[in-house]
Design a protein around this ligand. Structure first.
Ligand code: PLP
Length: 413
């Protein structure tokens, strides 16, 4: 590769990009079970327009230069805290993604532990369900914290008793997911909160994937268990706008029950030539577009809009579940609380089925424990449901006939 000598015109660039995209998975037609989220064309467009309006502004300068972004971020946080039953004192901020939100929650929890027990002694640890997102290990590796991943209960939710047993005097954090990514089920947050209160350990709820969907599904009277600040003992909560909030990337949110805990996630520094530097995020520069677009999408949809989408998503998910269960040899590993499905088979090798789905143009989503197929459904998956189920049925039939058990695919995020 050579650095280009001369520039190219937009038309040429656009052509080259379109050409490159020909090798991409056809996400617009629901061919990927993860990475992209979609509600409807109008929501997509509102996000894009608002993003472009604040394309150049930098949310790092929101406090000093861009009152607009400051106001919009405060309003996003305010609206979300209302949704998540935040008490009067609760505080939060926007980040660039779920991993960053988790990282900052872990850091705040560690600092609280140090404030109360001192920094001396061996390594600290966090106790998380086996299904918790790898971002907890990313944070653990970076901050020298041990991560204890505890096997799940039979219903694929956090095993609260086993987690309680794993807690010791060096435990600074307990985690529950709402829902976990692998199996799509919400952990028993209320029971985890009892352990957290008894043992005086910080409880973080990772609602990255479900945070902006679960409250609306609950309003529709689906049986969604309490998972947010409504539960005493939940100290922090992460929720991604760029997932089922249907906002453009990058946009996540992180909330704390108290102002004191919020302060623990803030970085402040003075000892350099330019004076005080303070951020509530890991990153410095942040796209103004991400803040503006989230503000716009939340206000465009409102409770009414999100409830409408939630109803469609839940109806679609049920139709997928019914369709999968109608295929001889397949079964759900668990009932989805929201729109993440995970299914497998006692009769055929499900990875071999996924292999054959890949040959038909579907990017396989897989879980290795239990061995299964996995999909996070958004509205892109609605129009292709029949095609998917037909392909799935014929893939299962083929694998049953050949009896194959060695697939080329491997579970990977
Ligand atoms: C997506 C996800 C994350 C991480 O979010 P990123 O935005 O990809 O960094 C964390 N937890 C859960 C449950 C997730 O689904």
């Amino acid at each position: 590769m050579k650095f280009p000598e001369r520039g190219k015109a937009w038309q040429d660039l656009a052509g080259l990009m379109d050409e490159a995209a020909e090798a991409d998975i056809d996400w617009r037609h629901g061919r990927t079970p993860l990475y992209v989220f979609y509600a409807s064309e109008d929501v997509h467009e509102i996000g894009q327009r608002a993003y472009n309006k604040f394309f150049t502004e930098n949310a790092l300068g929101a406090k000093r230069a861009f009152a607009s972004l400051k106001k919009m971020e405060e309003e996003v946080v305010g609206m979300a805290l209302d949704l998540f039953h935040g008490p009067q004192e609760a505080a939060g901020h926007m980040t660039s993604g779920g991993s960053e939100s988790i990282f900052l929650a872990v850091k705040a929890a560690r600092d609280r532990y140090r404030d109360r027990h001192g920094a001396a002694g061996g390594p600290l640890n966090m106790v998380v369900p086996y299904s918790a997102h790898p971002a907890f290990n990313k944070a653990g590796e970076t901050m020298d914290l041990e991560v204890r991943r505890i096997p799940l209960a039979d219903d694929l939710r956090a095993d609260v008793d086993a987690m309680a047993e794993a807690v010791d005097e060096r435990t600074m954090l307990l985690v529950g997911s709402a829902p976990c990514f692998p199996h799509g089920v919400i952990d028993p947050v209320e029971r985890l909160a009892v352990v957290a209160r008894d043992r005086d350990v910080w409880l973080h709820v990772d609602a990255c994937v479900g945070g902006y969907l679960a409250p609306f599904v609950r309003m529709l009277d689906y049986p969604i268990r309490a998972f947010d600040f409504e539960v005493p003992g939940v100290r922090s909560l992460s929720a991604d706008l760029h997932k089922f909030g249907f906002c453009p990337k990058p946009a996540s949110t992180l909330f704390f029950r108290t102002q004191e805990d919020f302060e623990r996630s803030v970085f402040a520094f003075e000892d350099w030539p330019n004076g005080r530097f303070s951020t509530a995020t890991l990153v410095g520069t942040r796209p103004g577009g991400g803040v503006a677009a989230s503000w716009a999408v939340l206000n465009y949809l409102g409770t009414e809009g999100y409830k409408r989408i939630a109803a469609e998503l839940m109806r679609m998910t049920q139709a997928y579940v019914t369709g999968i269960e109608a295929i001889d040899g397949l079964r759900m590993w668990t009932r989805p609380d929201l729109t993440i499905i995970n299914f497998g088979s006692d009769e055929v090798d499900v990875f071999s089925v996924a292999d054959r789905m890949a040959k038909r143009g579907w990017l396989p989503g897989l879980t290795q424990a239990p061995r299964g197929m996995h999909a996070m459904l958004s509205m892109l998956h609605d129009p292709v449901r029949d095609t998917y189920l037909e392909d799935l049925a014929s893939a299962v039939a083929e694998v049953r006939e050949t009896g194959e058990t060695s697939a080329a695919v491997k579970a990977a995020y």
